[in-house]
Design a protein around this ligand. Structure first.
Ligand code: AMP
Length: 286
């Protein structure tokens, strides 16, 4: 496995793969890999000849009060996991390699990036869209795999690629969960054992919403209200948002829900902020 730290070396490596008539499948990550990331890597292996994984904690997507400095990092373990997973190259640029002192161009967020996650994390998607564009420029992938767990991010990346004509196919991967339903996340490490148990309230609330919609409920307010008692069982849970969105536009649905619709939520358990999502379908849909 190649360890690549410079943008120009990454571009050269990718050009060489393409020159040999092979394709590059890319999995961008912030490292501290877990089974969710490894599932994306396996999906990438089915989609392209050579898999590149980036390990880069992107400072521009963190707000000033957020956990950039404390975000968990373990480069040696991440490299070993990538090697074991038959990754062809790990792209691990330093912050200064990605953001030179004279870096000036940033993506402008569309309205959909200022709702939900964007409303609670101002500037987050400006940083995400900027780093995804930069990573695509460095890795030059044919296909890139993103997790549905970060559903708003996935929607925006699909929009980025469509609107700016990036020659990259975006592949979505379903959320990988712990046996008790908690969506895997590098941030789960922050949870104390008792909090870890209670953190399943996000998944349980989503399941209640899914049952309501499957049973034919179409009033958004009723579906959203059905989730509240589950979240209320955890006194230290603080809800940032709970919403139903149109999967096509990512606009919140406030009246009638047409299905399938997507439930999204962000909840703080103590100081740990968790997000989760589920696609909700009426009973007669597959
Ligand atoms: P991160 O390292 O958290 O920035 O995540 C890198 C990629 O992995 C993103 O596309 C995430 O959506 C995806 N991802 C993170 N956790 C999961 C999960 N539990 N299941 C599926 N994909 C995930």
């Amino acid at each position: 496995m190649e360890i690549i730290t410079s943008v120009t070396t990454m571009q050269r490596w990718s050009r060489e793969v393409h020159r040999q008539g092979q394709t590059v499948a890319f999995v961008p990550t912030m490292g501290y890999l877990h089974e969710g990331h490894l599932a994306l890597i396996r999906a990438a292996q089915t989609a392209g000849d050579k898999v590149v994984v980036s390990l880069f904690v992107n400072p521009t997507q963190f707000g000033p009060q957020e956990d950039f400095a404390h975000y968990p990092r373990d480069r040696a373990r991440d490299e070993a996991l990538c090697r074991d997973a038959d990754v062809a190259a790990c792209f691990i640029p330093a912050t200064e390699e990605m953001y030179a002192p004279d870096h000036q161009i940033y993506m402008e967020e569309p309205a959909a990036a200022r709702l939900l996650e964007g409303a609670h994390r101002p500037g987050h998607f400006r940083g995400v869209l900027t780093v995804v564009a930069k990573l695509f420029g460095a890795v030059q992938p044919d296909v890139a795999v993103f997790g549905e767990k970060d559903a708003q991010q996935l929607w925006l990346v699909e929009k980025l690629v469509a609107d700016l004509n990036f020659p990259v196919r975006i592949m979505a991967h379903p959320t990988v969960r712990e046996p008790d339903g908690l969506a895997m996340s590098s941030r789960n490490k922050y949870l104390q054992p008792a909090q870890r148990e209670r953190a399943t309230c996000l998944y349980r609330a989503l399941q209640v919403a899914a049952q309501k919609v499957a049973a034919g409920e179409t009033r958004a307010a009723v579906v959203l209200e059905s989730m509240q008692p589950v979240l209320a069982t955890v006194p230290e849970a603080r809800i940032d948002y709970v919403a139903l969105v149109d999967p096509g536009t990512f606009r919140p649905l406030e009246q009638e829900v047409s299905t399938p619709c997507r439930a999204v939520l962000a909840v703080r358990i103590g100081s740990t902020r968790l997000i989760d999502t589920m696609l909700l379908s009426a009973g007669n849909e597959t």
